[in-house]
Write a protein of this length. Structure first.
Length: 307
């Protein structure tokens, strides 16, 4: 299944929120939809779901208009929407029935998802008796009760402790493995890097970067090397080894840190010579790797200024 956003424009009053954006999401993979507050992420999501129309452009699923596809959505919004004073089981069954399940299937789905979240005992409890993290797990269950084709998760890890975050990670992996189309929006870049093969960064209503995350990282200069030795004054040892090998001019910058050293090379193709020089000098090299930018660094570079 291929979800396509093609040349979508959206204006509210005199404010042009989306400037002809285009992106693709394939089933069985997760897209990280990123942007600063006000960049247009939520507007994009709502247009994809048909909450309101675009001024122009198309939303297609396998080449057909989304409105005619029959695809179902599961949406976990950043602003949570369950009723704090209602019994959890009752409102989840109600939501499942709104999405087309029979009562028997709705009850079964609710019990199945509560069990998956390790929360079978809360069926007859009120939502406001739970911790913020456990309320978030109930919200996720409500998103997935009807086995949706397209899953959109907006800040899904908000309020989760490490144990519950690990559970949610497993659920997201299961969705991707099951061939769901997953759109993942978060300001927590570590989670996006963990789950998303592809990213799209919005800035000022435009897509300023999109594509495969690995390929994007590999497109950056590969001239920064992280080196760690097993002991001793690493910076001094590395400088001596490079000097003995006649490679002083190859290293344009050397930054010592607490547990390693970062080298910037004039020619990244010669990094093998650096490693050979260190080994030749009898240094025990624990780590020697090319430093690629983190997603957070890429995001700041591309979205740090408002267009």
């Amino acid at each position: 299944m291929l979800l396509e956003v093609k040349n979508v424009v959206k204006t509210f009053g005199e404010k042009r929120v989306l400037e002809g954006i285009s992106l693709q999401v394939k089933s069985g993979a997760a897209l990280g939809l990123l942007g600063r507050n006000g960049a247009g992420k939520t507007t994009t999501i709502r247009i994809v779901m048909g909450v309101f129309p675009a001024d122009s452009g198309e939303i297609l699923l396998d080449g057909k208009p989304m409105s005619k596809s029959g695809a179902t959505f599961g949406y976990l919004p950043e602003e949570r929407g369950l009723y704090p004073k209602k019994l959890i089981g009752d409102q989840l069954v109600y939501l499942a029935r709104l999405r087309g399940l029979t009562r028997a299937d709705a009850v079964a789905a609710v019990k199945r998802w509560l069990a998956r979240m390790g929360m079978e005992e809360v069926y007859a409890k009120k939502l406001d008796t739970l911790s913020k993290g456990n309320q978030q797990k109930i919200q996720l269950a409500s998103t997935l009760l009807h086995d949706p084709d397209i899953v959109i998760l907006d800040e899904p890890f908000s309020g989760l402790d490490p144990v519950n975050a690990s559970l949610l990670k497993d659920v997201v992996r299961e969705l991707v493995a099951a061939g769901k189309t997953v759109i993942f929006s978060s300001h927590q870049m570590g989670y996006v890097e963990e789950f998303c093969d592809n990213i799209a960064i919005l800035n000022g209503g435009r897509i300023v970067l999109d594509g495969n995350l690995h390929d994007i990282k590999m497109s950056y200069p590969r001239n920064r090397i992280l080196v760690s030795l097993d002991k001793g004054d690493m910076a001094a040892s590395i400088k001596t080894a490079l000097s003995q090998a006649g490679l002083d001019s190859l290293v344009t910058k050397l930054i010592p840190r607490e547990h390693d050293v970062i080298l910037t090379l004039a020619d990244p193709a010669k990094r093998g010579q650096v490693l050979a020089a260190l080994s030749g000098a009898g240094l025990a090299v624990d780590r020697f790797e090319v430093l690629t930018p983190t997603l957070e660094q890429i995001f700041v570079e591309k979205a740090g200024e408002t267009a």
